[in-house]
Design a protein around this ligand. Structure first.
Ligand SMILES: NC(=O)c1ccc[n+]([C@@H]2O[C@H](COP(=O)([O-])OP(=O)(O)OC[C@H]3O[C@@H](n4cnc5c(N)ncnc54)[C@H](O)[C@@H]3O)[C@@H](O)[C@H]2O)c1
Length: 432
């Protein structure tokens, strides 16, 4: 099929590359000319495992191209995906200006039937808004489809290639049939393609993210109660997770959730529910627990140094909001580092992929290490903020030698308490 994907960010680039990988001709559109130039040169603007290879392969085989020319891309395509950002607006609602603006531009460029697909995460009722705009701007026939994306950053290519499910919201069979056909190659192992009305499809995405955020905040609160009573959240987590009704995933406490999706999607769901006079009480609590949780690690650091962080140097391992991405949008590392700086501490940070992004956020306010052990040199403590694989089995003897004081604050519970003790570290973690 001939596909255009408008918005070539974390979602659009993965969707475009994966659709090209299954044999479609894909044009990726972005308004950011420098991003398009990079992609044309074969450079990938983000870090996402496996993405570079499929972009390179499909680009070389001319199935994947990049442009800033939206009208040309629309004219060459049967299906147009809208994958632009839906950032949080001032009142917590999703800001739809990019989505609706693209819908208008797509409609103006149409020269025949098109399927217009909302891939961006958008509040219930957006498909209807897009439909109205397109209807106003063109006399050509069209279908508007909601096709929320469930990929996880860090495993995005795999998630798109082998989805747990594909959700297609459609009000007419023509658009739905084309979308089902497009996704068939990705669901051969039996993952369901669920065709439903647009409102249900739109809500499915928010409900999934909100449920995951709820699990995280719930376990963070259990961890805090463990701390209060001297219980061990690892043991509690295993006991709880072995109940098949609950399951083991997303039960790991930490420094709070971040990223470009959970925080804004939780807020948006609260907000658009309130538009219908429904107060989403659980999610309001999920959000406030998460805000508090981002402070837990600094509280522990502050308590250890008896409220005096002036002149102390804290090494930070992990800046990205989660491993295997360079994304620092809403990353807990940001408030953690800012609070340490406010309290007079110095920060030496290391992250395998997010250093460039971090430089854009902190500038010269912190020091950057290009190797993990360099961050430890002379530091009075290490704070582990993101659980990258390479932090899991480090050389503890070397770490002890490099640190000025053998103190570790483990915001992700990646180390074994007994091992820490045997290596002579003072060790603080979450709920253990
Ligand atoms: N990041 C994720 O893990 C993820 C997962 C599922 C769904 N989503 C949703 O997908 C959407 C996109 O998220 P993202 O993380 O890819 O965002 P992003 O910010 O990485 O990418 C958005 C891209 O759209 C481009 N853009 C904006 N306006 C444009 C316009 N008018 N014309 C052409 N290009 C334009 C931007 O330049 C940018 O490159 C959001 O709604 C998000 O909630 C994200």
């Amino acid at each position: 099929m001939k596909i255009a994907v408008v918005g070539t960010g974390y979602v659009g680039l993965v969707v475009g590359a994966c659709l090209a990988e299954s044999g479609n001709d894909v044009i990726c559109v972005d308004k950011d000319a420098s991003k398009v130039r990079m992609l044309r040169r074969g450079q990938i603007p983000i870090y996402e495992p496996g993405l570079e290879e499929i972009v390179r392969r499909n680009k070389a085989e001319s199935r994947l191209t990049f442009t800033t020319d939206l009208p040309k891309a629309v004219k060459a395509s049967q299906i147009v995906f809208i994958a632009v950002g839906t950032p949080q607006g001032e009142d917590g609602s999703a800001d739809l200006q990019h989505v609706l603006g693209v819908a208008r531009d797509v409609a103006r460029a149409m020269d025949g039937y098109r399927v217009i697909v909302n891939k961006s995460t958008v509040p219930v009722g957006t498909a209807e808004k897009v439909r109205e705009i397109v209807r106003r701007e063109t006399t050509h026939p069209f279908s508007v489809v909601s096709n929320p994306e469930f990929l996880k950053q860090g495993a995005a290519v795999d998630d798109f290639m082998k989805p747990d499910r594909v959700v297609i919201g459609a009000e007419d069979p023509r658009g739905a049939e084309l979308m089902v056909a497009l996704h068939k190659p990705f669901t051969r192992t039996g993952a369901p393609i669920m065709v439903m009305d647009c409102a249900s499809a739109e809500l499915s995405k928010y409900a999934s993210n909100a449920m995951l955020a709820t699990k995280i905040s719930f376990m963070n609160e259990i961890a805090n109660v463990c701390d209060a009573f001297g219980a061990d959240v690892d043991l509690v987590r295993q006991a709880v997770g072995s109940d098949r009704r609950i399951g083991t995933s997303f039960l790991f406490p930490g420094v709070g959730y971040g990223g470009s999706c959970f925080p804004k999607d939780v807020k948006a769901l609260v907000r658009f529910s309130s538009d219908k006079k429904y107060e989403f009480k659980i999610l309001k609590a999920v959000e406030s627990v998460n805000e508090l949780q981002k402070r837990v690690l600094v509280k522990k650091i502050d308590a250890h140094f008896k409220g005096n962080l002036k002149g102390k140097t804290i090494a930070v391992w992990g800046l990205a909001f989660k491993p295997k991405t360079d994304d620092m949008r809403e990353a807990p590392a940001v408030p953690i580092i800012n609070t340490l700086l406010e309290k007079g501490a110095k920060v030496q940070a290391y992250d395998p992929e997010a250093l460039k992004v971090a430089r854009g956020i902190f500038g010269s306010k912190i020091a950057y290490a290009s190797k993990p052990y360099d961050a430890l040199r002379g530091a009075h403590a290490l704070a582990v903020v993101t659980e990258w694989q390479e932090f899991r089995e480090p050389d503890f003897v070397k770490m002890r030698k490099l640190l000025a004081e053998p103190v570790i604050f483990d915001g992700r519970n990646i180390y074994d308490k007994a091992q820490m003790k045997s290596h002579g570290f003072t060790y603080h973690s979450i709920g253990r």
